[in-house]
Design a binder for this molecule. Sequence first.
Ligand SMILES: Nc1ncnc2c1ncn2[C@@H]1O[C@H](COP(=O)(O)OP(=O)(O)OP(=O)(O)O)[C@@H](O)[C@H]1O
Ligand SMILES: [Mg+2]
Length: 299
Amino acid sequence: MITAQNLIKHFGTATAVNNISFEVKEGENLVLLGTSGCGKTTTLRMINRLIEPDSGTVFVNGTDIRTQQPEVLRRGIGYVLQNHGLFPHYTVAENIAIVPRLLKWADQDIRKRADELFQKLNLDASLAGQYPAALSGGQQQRVGLARSLMVNPPLLLMDEPFGALDNLTRISIRKEFRALDELVKKTIVMVTHDVQEAFEMGDRICLMDKGEIKQIGTPEELLFKPANDFVRGFFDEQRLQLELRSVLLKEVFPESDASSEVSVWDRMDALLHPENGNLPADDIRIGDLMRAFETYKRK
Ligand SMILES: Nc1ncnc2c1ncn2[C@@H]1O[C@H](COP(=O)(O)OP(=O)(O)OP(=O)(O)O)[C@@H](O)[C@H]1O
Ligand SMILES: [Mg+2]
């Protein structure tokens, strides 16, 4: 779906992106991960031509994007900006109608689609007439997403979509977004500097540093087969939690018929908090779990 080839971008004498290449398959969710200033936003914006690379190019569905009008290209690519990017002097309804109006949608169709997305994204209909400043951070984030989804583009670029939220809100919105049918089939490139978020949202993670890609692969590959010391070091602080989250119960207990898609982390959480009532009736104990996990890791 997306092929980026040898992208280079300088700003003055600084190198923001230094010769990177990657691919995103249809329906895949690729996360660009890295610390502030490593070139994530610059990379994302080269996909929809908000930034033109100094050299290299991007193909979307096999078409070199340099041969397309930027405006035409962008209509097929949803974009959720860092810090939501809503226009302050437009109401919520006006904000989300921008692209449909460019495409000359009828008013009633715009309203219908907006109503549908408001429902799916848990936004109260009364917010439509409000200005962005009157909304909470979480609501602004949802409106930003609604705006990017209005014309149902097959490709979505999201720049720190949960960046402005407190940690608890982040976790719950993330869960909601992951379950959203509108997002399931889309090809998504998402930027974050949050490691947990990258592991939760990404089919693959592209770890960047100083404008370069240090490794690109599944969360498990980055964790268990780091390509270099940078990658190994990057995850060290949260390593145990990430490992527990990314390994499934069925992987450490292959013979058991333990419910298959539960992670070791979730199972441990259920054991530690039986009051939440998620504890299955088998007799796996926490000690068994840790031992089996350690054995699994040694293999
Ligand atoms: N318009 C610009 N003019 C000059 N320098 C820029 C411009 N945009 C980005 N840069 C520089 O390029 C580098 C990469 O910036 P970029 O915005 O891509 O980083 P980022 O990974 O998105 O960071 P953050 O997590 O803070 O958003 C930074 O050093 C930044 O200062
Ligand atoms: Mg950025």
